[in-house]
Write a protein that binds this ligand. Structure first.
Ligand code: VGL
Ligand code: ZN
Length: 222
């Protein structure tokens, strides 16, 4: 890839997107779930631990049980050593070293339920470019794997959960909305790095037209 920033790994058992049931009939669109960066380094005790970050895991597992998602995409922050976002590596760096590719800290939280049909998208893989959004570095850019995957599944509705609300969840949800998807962010399935950042993110999301809902309400609605 020219920018080297995003890699998609589709699992060998991933089922192909379903075709429309009948030509000319709109396929019934089932929602997609995007689980953002639920990785060890973002859990309490991790390199960039998000307060109470563990609390999102059982909620995400329950959402998967209750809702028949057409596609589940797990994003992973996946940085090379010396990444531009690291304070240790760059004057512009804002973060401690975190989610270094192939380390324990970059692995998905072990309590998170994962299926063989899930997709994994890795971001921030270019040493010189950071990417908070699962759609890649700040738009505009050509359609990325995440967008193509969601479109291939005919999912108009995208549910976004994970860590951290004020960074990667926010950026991913705003991009999804800008791309025309109906976007839900599940308030009890996200946690912010800071409370103020979380409040700002919620205001920005609602302003943009993203729907902020509890898992209870979403499970009743979908
Ligand atoms: C994130 C800071 C740096 C996130 C990733 O997943 O929200 N935050 N890298
Ligand atoms: Zn990062």
């Amino acid at each position: 890839r020219a920018d080297g920033t995003i890699d998609v790994v589709t699992k060998p058992h991933a089922s192909p997107p379903r075709a429309s049931p009948e030509p000319g009939l709109m396929a019934a669109s089932r929602p997609a779930l995007v689980v953002v960066d639920v990785q060890n380094d973002f859990l309490p005790g991790g390199a960039l631990g998000v307060p109470d970050g563990n609390a999102v895991v059982p909620v995400i597992n329950a959402l998967r049980e209750a809702i028949d998602f057409d596609a589940v995409v797990l994003t992973q922050d996946w940085h090379p050593e010396g990444h531009v976002s690291f304070k240790s590596a760059s004057a512009d760096g804002t973060w401690p070293d975190h989610c270094v590719a192939n380390t324990q800290g970059a692995r998905l939280a072990s309590a998170l339920n994962v299926a063989s049909s899930d997709y994994i998208i890795r971001k921030g893989t270019d040493v010189q470019v950071d990417a908070y959004s699962g759609f890649g570095p700040p738009m505009p850019h050509p359609p990325t794997e995440l967008e193509e995957l969601l479109r291939a599944h005919n999912s108009d509705v995208v549910v976004v959960v994970g860590l951290a609300l004020d960074y990667c969840v926010r950026a991913t949800a705003l991009d999804a909305h800008a791309l025309g998807f109906t976007v839900y962010v599940v308030s009890d399935a996200v946690r912010p790095v800071t409370p103020a950042g979380g409040d700002d993110a919620k205001l920005d999301l609602v302003d943009a037209g993203v729907k902020l809902v509890t898992s209870q309400r979403l499970m009743a609605a979908l």
